[in-house]
Design a binder for this molecule. Structure first.
Ligand SMILES: NC(=O)c1ccc[n+]([C@@H]2O[C@H](COP(=O)([O-])OP(=O)(O)OC[C@H]3O[C@@H](n4cnc5c(N)ncnc54)[C@H](OP(=O)(O)O)[C@@H]3O)[C@@H](O)[C@H]2O)c1
Length: 324
C-alpha cells in the first residue's frame, strides 16, 4: 500500500510502505480522506512520537470504506462508509482501526468532509462537556476561534445553549467565528482578552485553551467563580507559574488532557468518547445546527503543501487530504 512518509526538512512523500492488517477487534479502512491536526505537524518535525503500539504513519482521523473486518468485531459491515478517530496511520491507503473508534458518517455529510470530524468532535465534546461540564446559559471561551477545534466548538457550544467567546489573530477568522455563532470575538493581537471577557460576561465558566503556559495566569484572571480551564494545546509553552490563591478564591480548576494517548477501552477511553459524540453531536450535524468547516482539500500527494498551509495559519477550519 502507499502512505505519506515524513523526511527530514519537513518534506512528505507518498510512497510504498508495508501493508497493514486488521488485528482482533479492528477493521481495515480503505481511506478516502484524512484530516490534518497540529499534532501531525509536530510529529512530522520529530517532536511528538505516536503512543506505544500506534502506527508510525501520520494521521489521527480518516474516513473511507470498510474493506475487511477482523475477529471479534460486531455491528459493522464490509463496504460501509465510516469515519474514525485514530492514534495514527490515517495518511495512507489503508488503516487498521479499533472498532470502538469507528463512527458512522453523520447524515448529510459526504465521505471526504467526514474525515475532518472525528478529532474536533471528540476533543470538543470530551473537554467542554464530559470534563468541564458546560451548561446552557454559561459562557465558554475558545482560544483560536478560527482553528479546526474552534470552528467546531463554537457551533456545538451554541447548540448546547452556551454563550461563546473566541480569540483569533485576524479579522477573517473573527468574522468566520461570528458567522458560526460566536458572540464575543477578540483579536488577541489588538485587545486584552481578560478585560473583554470580564467586561462582557463577568468571566468565562469554561475556557478551552490551546496556548498553555503563556496564557495560564491570564486564563485564571478571565475565569468566573467555579470555572474550569481545560488546556489541550501548548503552543505557548509548557511551564508557567500558577497562583493557587487566585484559583482558590474562585473555587476554580485547571485540567490538561490529550485524546491521542487515551486507551481504547475503559471509563476514560476513546470508545466512551466516540459513543457520546455519535449520540450527542452527530444529531446536531444531521439537523444543521453544526456544520463541518473545511478550509482546504488537497490530494494526498500534496501533503507537504497541506502541512505548510495548516502551519501558516492561512486556513479557517480543517485541512483535508483526499486519497484517490
Ligand atoms: N489535547 C488534545 O487532545 C488535542 C486534540 C486536538 C487538538 N489539540 C490542540 O488544539 C489546538 C488547535 O488544533 P487544530 O488542529 O484545530 O489547529 P489549527 O487549526 O492549526 O489551529 C491553531 C490555532 O492556534 C491559534 N493561535 C495561535 N496563537 C494564538 C494566540 N496567541 N491566541 C489565540 N489563538 C492562537 C491560531 O489562530 P490565528 O491563526 O488566528 O492566530 C490557529 O487558529 C492545537 O494546539 C492542537 O495541538 C489538542
Amino acid at each position: 500500500m502507499r502512505a505519506v512518509v515524513a523526511h527530514a526538512s519537513d518534506r512528505l512523500s507518498w510512497d510504498e510502505v508495508p501493508d497493514v492488517r486488521p488485528g482482533a477487534g479492528e477493521v481495515l479502512l480503505r481511506v478516502r480522506a484524512a484530516g490534518l491536526n497540529r499534532a501531525d505537524l509536530l510529529q512530522a518535525a520529530g517532536h511528538y512520537p505516536p503512543p506505544p503500539g500506534a502506527s508510525e504513519i501520520l494521521g489521527m482521523e480518516a474516513s473511507g470504506v470498510i474493506a475487511e473486518i477482523g475477529d471479534s468485531v460486531a455491528g459493522w459491515t464490509v463496504g460501509q462508509e465510516v469515519c474514525a478517530l485514530l492514534a495514527g496511520g490515517g495518511y495512507a491507503e489503508y488503516v487498521a482501526v479499533p472498532a470502538p473508534q469507528l463512527m458512522p458518517i453523520p447524515d448529510g455529510v459526504d465521505v471526504v468532509t467526514a474525515a475532518g470530524l472525528p478529532e474536533v468532535a471528540c476533543t470538543v465534546w470530551s473537554n467542554i462537556v464530559m470534563t468541564a461540564g458546560l451548561q446552557p446559559g454559561q459562557t465558554v471561551l475558545f482560544h483560536g476561534g478560527g482553528s479546526g477545534i474552534g470552528t467546531h466548538g463554537i457551533q456545538v457550544a451554541r447548540a448546547l445553549g452556551a454563550k461563546v467567546a473566541v480569540t483569533a489573530g485576524s479579522e477573517d477568522k473573527l468574522n468566520a467565528a461570528r458567522e458560526l455563532g460566536a458572540e464575543i470575538t477578540i483579536n488577541y493581537r489588538e485587545d486584552d482578552f481578560v478585560e473583554r471577557i470580564r467586561e462582557e460576561t463577568g468571566g468565562a465558566d469554561v475556557i478551552l485553551d490551546i496556548i498553555g503556559a503563556k496564557y495560564l495566569d491570564r486564563n485564571v484572571d478571565a475565569l468566573a467563580p467555579d470555572g474550569r480551564i481545560v488546556v489541550i494545546g501548548m503552543q505557548g509553552g509548557t511551564t508557567a507559574e500558577l497562583n493557587l490563591g487566585k484559583l482558590l478564591v474562585k473555587r476554580a480548576g485547571v485540567i490538561a488532557t490529550a485524546l491521542r494517548g487515551r486507551p481504547v477501552d475503559g471509563p476514560a477511553g476513546k470508545g466512551v468518547i466516540v459513543a457520546e459524540v455519535v449520540k450527542n453531536v452527530w444529531p446536531m450535524i444531521a439537523d444543521g445546527r453544526v456544520r463541518p468547516v473545511v478550509g482546504a482539500v488537497l490530494p494526498i500527494e500534496e501533503a507537504t503543501e497541506a502541512h505548510r498551509l495548516l502551519s501558516s495559519g492561512e486556513v479557517t477550519g480543517k485541512v483535508l487530504l483526499r486519497v484517490e
